[in-house]
Write a protein that binds this ligand. Structure first.
Ligand SMILES: Nc1ncnc2c1ncn2[C@@H]1O[C@H](COP(=O)(O)OP(=O)(O)OP(=O)(O)O)[C@@H](O)[C@H]1O
Ligand SMILES: O=C(O)C1=C[C@@H](O)[C@@H](O)[C@H](O)C1
Ligand SMILES: [Mg+2]
Length: 419
């Protein structure tokens, strides 16, 4: 009798979104099946007690000898991420290939005639190389930490001004080690696009820098969804309307997982609007100021009075870096959070940054250390307006009732296609 087990095997699966994705697109139950040791992976494959599985790190090569039939594409890449059990016979496929090709196509990245630099020599490197080669890339360079074989060192790769497309296939910048980056996009004068297979956070440090540099930048989230949809076609033996399903599922899940960060002048309504918005969007509400008070055990006016603004900014940056890594949150920030570009990038990594604008005379001032006196507040506004403008991705005018502001914020989020 055919077993009905569907799921994902891999070494560590704590942060995989595959269960949510598969259960959105098909009607089977999908299990995360961590197999920490190779011995466990061997037993699992020998038993064949599953209907269909996905395979992730570190077993994409390991599973190949257990398959009775391996799709030629998967064979030539040397990695299988999808196995279907048909009457006891195992059929292996690679849907990461189509997933990465989808990601590139969805962002208008065409490899034909281009010089591509691939970061990393691990499992995904061969999949990405195959897509670039089949897409007609002129030259494919690889960079790695050791520079072994044909690979360049990262420092050498920075001296290749001909590079037009960069693809990161390493886990660098991935949760929880966010903020790390192997190379600086600014070193590449001919750069057109950067793709990163990492999907958590949505925008790695590499992608945030690429965006700041003004080139196309896309993370691995749509690739993850696409490879799952293509795998579901193999699992069910049915053709799906992939062109419609992939963007729809990506969009829905991104909205579900995204953070909304709220910035703006002291007393403009960030905490009040933020708390109501979190309820409406079914997200966790985090007030950064309250979180700093909770973690330090001191209230903010006391921190300013006793340790000064610089000390407060350090607490703020540390707490923000931790909070902004998680997802499905509305984060109301303190008014000065945008003074540091690192804070701004931390906010942008997982969703939109909403700038709440409120007329100066309506700003609340009580208990706010930097809001003393009308002239000082006006000066603060003049200094900070360009910073809020640069840090934000959407603007909310808070000049009507509170209810209107919250409704407008919900609408801005739901119609945000950039996230
Ligand atoms: N549209 C509005 N109508 C009426 N009151 C408002 C409106 N928006 C905000 N407020 C009020 O303004 C005050 C300040 O709001 P809130 O504390 O949310 O600001 P904040 O931006 O979080 O301040 P801080 O910078 O100190 O964190 C609150 O009393 C809030 O109820
Ligand atoms: O993290 C995940 O859930 C996955 C990642 C990729 O390896 C995919 O190939 C795999 O199917 C699922
Ligand atoms: Mg507040």
């Amino acid at each position: 009798m055919q077993q009905r087990l569907y799921g994902l095997i891999g070494g560590k699966l704590g942060h995989s979104y595959s269960k949510i994705i598969h259960e959105k697109i098909a009607d089977y139950t999908y299990e995360l099946l961590p197999l920490p040791t190779e011995a466990e992976a061997r037993t699992f494959m020998e038993k064949r007690a599953f209907a269909a599985i996905n395979v992730t790190i570190p077993y994409k090569q390991f599973v190949i000898p257990y398959c009775d039939v391996v799709d030629p594409k998967a064979q030539s890449i040397g990695a299988v991420n999808t196995i279907v059990n048909r009457d006891g016979k195992l059929y292996g496929y690679n849907t990461d290939y189509a997933g990465f090709a989808y990601l590139a196509g969805a962002h208008g990245v065409d490899f034909a005639g281009k010089t591509v630099l691939i970061l990393g020599t691990g499992g995904t490197h061969s999949t990405v190389t195959a897509v670039c080669r089949d897409g007609g890339a002129k030259e494919i360079l690889t960079a790695s930490r050791t520079g072994k074989g044909d690979a360049l060192l990262y420092s050498e790769a920075m001296h290749r001004p001909d590079v037009q497309i960069i693809v990161n296939t390493t886990p660098c910048g991935m949760f929880p080690n966010v903020g790390q980056c192997l190379i600086d996009p600014k070193a590449f004068p001919a750069l057109e696009a950067v793709l990163d297979v990492v999907y958590n956070p949505f925008r790695t440090e590499l992608l945030l820098r690429a965006e700041d540099y003004g080139v196309t930048a896309a993370g691995g989230f749509e690739m993850l969804v696409a490879q799952a949809v293509f795998a579901a076609e193999h699992f069910t033996g049915r053709q799906l309307d992939t062109a419609a399903i992939i963007p729809a599922v990506s969009r829905e899940l991104r909205h579900q997982l995204a953070n909304v960060s709220i910035i703006g002048m002291p007393g403009c309504g960030k905490s009040t609007v933020g708390a109501a918005l979190a309820k409406r969007l079914d997200k966790k509400f985090v007030d950064l100021d309250a979180e700093i008070e909770r973690r330090t055990g001191h209230n903010i006016p006391d921190i300013f009075a006793q340790e000064g603004e610089d000390a407060f900014r350090r607490y703020e940056a540390d707490v923000l870096a931790e909070v902004a890594k998680s997802n499905s949150q509305v984060i109301a920030c303190g008014g000065g959070v945008i003074k540091s570009p690192a804070n701004t990038r931390a906010l942008r990594q997982n969703g939109p940054v909403l700038w709440v604008r409120r007329p100066l005379e309506a700003l609340a001032t009580g208990g706010r250390p930097l809001s003393k006196g009308g002239a000082a507040l006006k000066q603060l506004e003049a200094e900070r307006t360009p910073l809020y403008e640069a840090a934000s991705t959407v603007v909310l005018e808070n000049n009507g009732s509170l209810g209107e502001a919250v409704d407008a914020a919900v609408k801005l989020f739901e119609t945000d296609e950039k996230l």
